[in-house]
Design a protein around this ligand. Sequence first.
Ligand SMILES: Nc1ncnc2c1ncn2[C@@H]1O[C@H](COP(=O)(O)OP(=O)(O)OP(=O)(O)O)[C@@H](O)[C@H]1O
Ligand SMILES: [Mg+2]
Length: 306
Amino acid sequence: MGAVIASIANLKGGVGKSTTTVMLADGLAYFYGMNVCTIDLDAQANSSQMLLTEIGVQAAYEQGKGASHLLKQFMNREPANAAPLIMPNAVTLEELRLSEQQDQRQGWVSILPSHPHMRLQELDLEEEWYSKAGTPTQLASALQAHFSEAFDHLRPLYDIILIDCPPHLSPLARAGLALTDIYITPTIADAVCTWGTKQFSDWIGANIAADLPDRNFVVITRFRNTRYARQVASELKELYLNDRVFGPNIPESVHVLNAMDRAAPDSYNTFRGKYGGVKGDVRRLAERFYEFLAKQTGQKWQKIRD
Ligand SMILES: Nc1ncnc2c1ncn2[C@@H]1O[C@H](COP(=O)(O)OP(=O)(O)OP(=O)(O)O)[C@@H](O)[C@H]1O
Ligand SMILES: [Mg+2]
């Protein structure tokens, strides 16, 4: 079957979905040598910008790469295949680039980027679909069928596929969520995010994956070590989501902001240069998720760096 599909999703906005997608992609490629493909299904194109920069996102779009071209494929009833739409080697880490140059390829991050234009494209698609008396649910199913086949072409090429989801349930978002093997839920330790996370968890459990607790990996992001945040985090872990696996808390840190602010499309960083003071947090995130993934899939990867 090849790569599993893990979606990074929550109905609450701004909880660190895109940031977690990039940290996990970098962490799994760097520490485990995995070939990672990230898929950006959000028209905000945030993880695409974090990996490729704004210039890179535009260049990808002009080269016919990315999720908006996948939508075009669907709209034009072309054969479903995401492989030709991938930006390969969208990596920012010098170590990985050098190992590729020395023909010691160990770990890579590729991307099916988004583009802000996708927002209008989604509207056009919905308008056309609904004008023919189709329903949002039928559109979601048709998109799911197309994506499922399109992503099947990616599964043999990668170790893992990470989908960065938008904070809503548009037909496009539902299509992505429906073909997900593992759900990664970032949340912030406060009352409104806890509420949003519970709603999301209930909705996925009721509509898509009745066995969600078994396939759910939760990460508390932007964690500030206050008494309030510790209290909310322990309520989440012990009360509301006590049947889930939790990753390490990711601290609120300027190092994270720096890491996601790539200077230029041709800029390369070492892992330490990119993540600075949160390098250990990214490593722990990759390690804990790796344990979860290995348990889910029965597959093992060697740790190649410490
Ligand atoms: N650990 C962190 N420390 C500091 N800032 C962070 C951290 N994680 C995320 N942020 C910032 O918080 C904001 C929201 O993060 P991000 O875009 O990853 O969330 P999201 O859930 O993908 O949002 P959306 O719902 O809009 O897609 C961004 O400005 C990001 O830079
Ligand atoms: Mg996002």
